[in-house]
Every structure is written in structure tokens, then in C-alpha cells.
Write a protein that binds this ligand. Structure first.
Ligand code: ATP
Ligand code: MG
Length: 151
């Protein structure tokens, strides 16, 4: 599908946020600057608001690799694996060591080989229009029948 604008992206991100629950993984694939952190920001701010937690800044974890957000019932782990170069470095992060009450949103997940039960994978790419993006997605487990048709 085509993401027509940032407002359209908000609708899409909110629909994802509404369906998200603990132990879910969201993988965000796509080139630099295509919108991975922007989706994550909308998602996290939406969940903060819904759970009555103060809205915070959601910045790219490019250098820290991980930013954590405590949303009462669960924690959101926002990873950016752009700088991870191999499986050894990836394993040292222990992303999948603990799963209870965690939601993981992962930019640049390409090196991950771990099999996750419930994962929604979003692929973003540029379009000739600067405000548009192409989006494809595939879901596993509970996300298998997820759709964004009416948006
Ligand atoms: N339809 C759109 N969807 C997503 N982003 C858009 C759209 N139109 C414009 N943008 C802009 O594109 C930029 C996306 O930047 P963002 O930091 O989210 O990318 P990123 O994929 O996380 O990059 P990186 O790989 O460096 O982490 C933002 O400035 C955002 O406002
Ligand atoms: Mg980013």
C-alpha cells in the first residue's frame, strides 16, 4: 500500500498500536530516513496516552542501540540495530533473553535469526513523491491476519 502522508502514517501506526500487546515484536525494515523511527514515535506516544503515562520524547536509539519506555503494564524496548555488524554482536545484546511483559520494536532487524511467535514485519520504501512511502507488511502468529485495508 501507499502511505500518502504523515497523517496517513498516524492512522496506520495507531491501528498497529491498538493491536499490540505484551510479547509482541515489530520489525521495521527500510532505508535510512524512510520513517522507521517516526512510526515508532507515534506508536509509543499513542500507548503512553492510552495507558495514562506521561508522553515522552521518542528519539532514535542510533547510538545507544536501545531506548526503554515504561508503560505501566509493559515495557517497550526500541532497538536500532543499524550499527550491529554480526551475529556475535547481536547475541551480546540479549534481545530475546527475556520476553515477559515486553514489546520489542526493532529497526534494522535483518541480522535476527531468532524465531519469534508474534511478529509484524513492516517494509518501508521511498516513493517518487517526497511525502509518500510504500509499505508492505507480513505478520506471523497473532499478526497473521492483520490488515490495513480500510485505511
Ligand atoms: N509518509 C511518510 N512516512 C514516514 N515518514 C515521512 C513521510 N513523509 C515524510 N516523512 C519524514 O521522513 C523522515 C523519516 O525519518 P525517520 O527518522 O523516521 O527515519 P528512519 O527510517 O528511522 O531512519 P534511520 O534508518 O536513520 O533510523 C521524517 O523526517 C518524517 O517526517
Ligand atoms: Mg530510525
Amino acid at each position: 500500500m501507499i502511505i500518502k502522508s504523515l497523517d496517513h502514517l498516524k492512522l496506520i501506526s495507531k491501528k498497529i498500536a491498538e493491536n499490540i500487546s505484551k510479547n509482541d515484536c515489530i520489525y521495521l525494515v527500510g532505508e535510512i530516513g524512510v520513517g522507521k523511527t517516526t512510526i515508532t514515535r507515534i506508536l509509543i506516544n499513542y500507548l503512553q496516552k492510552r495507558e495514562g503515562v506521561k508522553k515522552t520524547e521518542v528519539l532514535s536509539p542510533t547510538f545507544n542501540l536501545l531506548h526503554e519506555y515504561d508503560i505501566k503494564k509493559f515495557k517497550i524496548m526500541h532497538y536500532d540495530l543499524y550499527r550491529i555488524k554480526n551475529i556475535k554482536e547481536l547475541n551480546q545484546l540479549g534481545i530475546f533473553n527475556e520476553n515477559i511483559n515486553l514489546i520489542k520494536i526493532i529497526e534494522w532487524p535483518q541480522l535476527i535469526e531468532t524465531n519469534v511467535d508474534d511478529v509484524l514485519e513492516l517494509h518501508l520504501s521511498y516513493s517518487s513523491n517526497v511525502n509518500e512511502r510504500n509499505l508492505t507488511f507480513k505478520g506471523k502468529g497473532k499478526w497473521r491476519d492483520f490488515n490495513l485495508d480500510e485505511l
